[in-house]
Write a protein that binds this ligand. Structure first.
Ligand code: NAP
Length: 331
């Protein structure tokens, strides 16, 4: 009997597709990358030939009309996530959409509703959640082994130099919080196992109007504070630290650990212990999980409502940043 396979199409020739997610689909045990589309005639064909993708379409609409495609991967600029995710769902495709799921929580709710009415799956492509070290970190925080959680500290920064990058364009949904701070918000909420009640944020804007640097604090009802910084202007840092009343844990390279061995460092009563995790590809793990769920073999671990909740916190952080750090309730 043939192994069930999910047939994928990718909307655009985006960098993240080219370097990480498209190859992950091609290497996955349950996926086949059948088609790519581009808004530029000719670009999809060249891309398809270069990357061994059988079909190429000169528009996103044309790819969505292909009845052989079961699932669509959406790595478009953030401002286009809502429209193309909804159009794909309406065409009966499952959708794996890049982070952040949309421009704001209201858009996310429209996408959630489209997934429900189409009966298809929708998931935000936060690949770091599928790394076994992240899974171990979340289990450790939830187990009580660290004691009561008192602080989460996280950072995701890198130097962004190309001025024509989509991340500098406010109309395309640019900004450091949208691009990398969204990981810090996601990991903070996940480790807290709750939604924050209130947030504060301070941002430095660049000449195009997007936040180049943003520092935020999430206050949870338990008294836990999660603080983070994200930036396009600093050296690459990706760290998550969880401090409990009994022990603390630090994870370096927390979001993009690569495919080599990584560590989780625990400190307890002055003693340090480092636990190693074998190398793996978190993108392949995400794609295979999504494929299993779409093919009916398992339940999707991360629902679109989680993405909406993440976006509601991002909305509140931006509101606070616009009012110079005033406390803003999350709703
Ligand atoms: N999960 C991760 O590790 C990760 C990493 C990086 C980025 N991302 C996310 O992936 C998405 C894409 O990021 P990226 O860095 O890969 O972007 P990118 O290289 O700039 O690609 C975006 C693609 O969208 C298409 N596009 C359609 N309308 C466009 C417009 N008005 N301006 C520019 N491009 C337009 C273009 O493809 P065609 O011309 O072929 O249609 C373009 O290649 C974003 O949501 C980002 O947050 C995720």
């Amino acid at each position: 009997m043939d192994t069930p396979t999910l047939r994928w199409g990718v909307l655009s020739t985006a960098n993240i597709g080219r370097i990480a997610v498209n190859p992950a689909i091609q290497r996955s045990r349950n996926g086949h990358l059948l088609a790519v589309a581009s808004r530029e005639t000719g670009r999809a064909r060249t891309f398809a030939e270069a990357h061994g993708i059988p079909r190429a379409y000169p528009s996103y609409e044309a790819l969505l009309a292909d009845p052989d495609i079961d699932a669509v991967y959406v790595p478009l600029p953030n401002s286009l996530h809502r429209e193309w995710t909804i159009r794909a769902l309406e065409q009966g495709k499952h959708v794996l959409c890049e982070k952040p799921l949309a421009l704001n929580a209201a858009e996310c709710r429209e996408m959630e509703a489209a997934a429900v009415s189409s009966g298809r799956l929708l998931m935000e492509a936060f690949m770091y959640r599928f790394h076994p070290r992240t899974e171990a970190l979340v289990r450790l925080a939830a187990s009580g082994a660290l004691g009561a959680l008192r602080a989460v500290r996280s950072a995701f920064t890198f130097p962004l130099t190309r001025p024509d990058n989509i991340r500098f364009d406010p109309a395309l949904g640019g900004g450091a919080l949208m691009d990398v701070g969204c990981y810090c918000v996601n990991v903070s909420r996940t480790l807290a196992g709750a939604e924050p009640v209130e947030v504060q944020a301070w941002a430095n804007l660049g000449s195009t109007g997007v936040d180049l640097e943003l520092t935020g604090v999430l206050r949870f009802a338990s008294g836990l504070h999660a603080h983070f910084d994200c930036a396009f202007t600093a050296d690459r840092r990706e760290v998550v630290e969880v401090a409990g009343t009994d022990a603390s844990v630090t994870v370096e390279g927390a979001f993009l650990p690569g495919t080599g061995e990584v560590a989780l460092v625990e400190r307890r009563a002055g003693a340090t212990e480092s636990r190693a995790f074998e190398g793996t590809d978190e993108y392949v793990r995400m794609v295979e999980h999504f494929g299993d769920a779409a093919l009916g073999g398992s339940t999707l671990r991360h629902l679109p409502s989680e993405a909406t909740a993440n976006m509601a916190v991002i909305d509140a952080l931006y509101r606070s940043a616009r009012s110079a750090g005033s406390p803003v309730a999350v709703r």
